[in-house]
Design a protein around this ligand. Structure first.
Ligand code: PHE
Length: 330
């Protein structure tokens, strides 16, 4: 038996120890064989042999257990040393981060309007029905609510579908004149090549005494803004409808991909729609209790601008966090 005590002590790996365990304690192992031999011994010796064997069994088992713990600990430490990382080392391949194209575009837009003396206001993402719809001339059950598929919570709360509620809240808290933009995330139940459930908008609002704010002012600022963003493009205003503005217009620029020739991106029209705008509807001013004022408003999708500036084909790729795509914007 002594040789097995030695073998356990000398084992240098958990693997070797396991071989020993099988040889000693296994069904065909040394101990089992000894017990079989014992059966052939004279009866009066059996008890002594059995006692001896059981003592060996217990002692070998405890030596085995202790040795196993020692070896396991050693092996774990070796593995940890081999995989150790020196976190204090400087990497030679350090990579600089960069702003996400959507944020970069947003910053550029905000920069333009700040330089034109627009204040930047942010509101809240979870809005109530009054600020998101009602005050914007979108009464309950009005079919125009269909234009903005909405995520609703209980108690008439919802994820804002545009940043227009920021303008309502600002008008409720401040006296005119107002000159502001509202950048931020908005949410709609939509998902395809050109729509994601979350995207970013920037809306603008200018309010002053009656007769002071005209469509000509709106046209001037938007034309100037679009040239700042896209360079030498043509700009056109098309009559449209929004519940909160009257008259309303959509604004197109000449296609930045084909320069107006007509291509797949502009559906062969030569024009790309980039903005909604109009003269603030009197019902909106009534809802915020403004009297004898005039104003204009506009709204745009930041992702759409980023796509047109960087020639990105699928809006969804902006939200996948794909390093390969993002690396190109450093
Ligand atoms: N709130 C509008 C939208 O999200 C955009 C808009 C704002 C249009 C202001 C006109 C005037 O669709």
């Amino acid at each position: 038996m002594k040789e097995w005590y030695d073998a356990i002590q000398e084992a240098q790996s958990v693997e070797r120890l396991e071989e020993i365990r099988i040889s000693v304690f296994g069904k065909k192992g040394v101990l089992a064989a000894e017990f079989v031999k014992m059966k052939k011994a004279p009866n009066e010796e059996k008890a002594t042999i059995a006692k001896e064997l059981n003592t060996h069994k217990a002692n070998l088992m405890s030596e085995f257990t202790v040795r196993k713990i020692v070896l396991q600990t050693q092996e774990l430490q070796k593995a940890m040393q081999a995989e150790a990382i020196d976190v204090s080392l400087f990497s030679t391949s350090s990579q600089a981060g960069a702003l996400h194209p959507v944020m970069e575009t947003m910053d550029r837009i905000v920069e333009y309007f700040s330089s034109m003396n627009f204040a930047v206001k942010t509101g809240q993402i979870v809005e109530d029905d009054f600020n998101n719809f009602e005050a914007l001339n979108l009464p309950k059950y009005h079919p125009a609510r269909d234009m903005q598929d909405t995520f609703y919570f209980k108690d008439e709360m919802l994820l804002r579908t545009h940043t227009s509620p920021v303008q309502i809240r600002t008008m409720m808290n401040t006296k005119p004149p107002i000159r502001m933009i509202a950048p931020g995330a908005v949410f709609r139940r939509d998902y395809d090549l050109t729509h994601t459930p979350m995207f970013h908008q920037i809306e603008g609002l200018v309010v002053d005494e009656a007769g002071k704010v005209s469509f000509a002012n709106l046209k001037f600022i938007l034309e100037d803004f679009l040239k700042y963003m896209f360079g030498d493009v043509k700009v056109r205003f098309r009559p449209s409808f929004f519940p909160f503005t009257e008259p309303s217009a959509e604004v197109d620029i000449s296609c930045v991909f084909c320069e107006g020739e007509g291509c797949r991106v502009c559906s062969k029209t030569g024009w790309l729609e980039v903005l909604g705008c109009g003269i603030v509807d009197p019902n909106v001013f009534e809802a915020v209790k403004y009297k004898d004022v005039s104003g204009y408003a506009f709204g745009l999708g930041v992702e759409r601008f980023a796509m047109l500036i960087h020639h990105i084909g699928d809006l969804r790729s902006l939200f996948e966090g794909d390093i390969k795509l993002l690396e190109q914007f450093q």
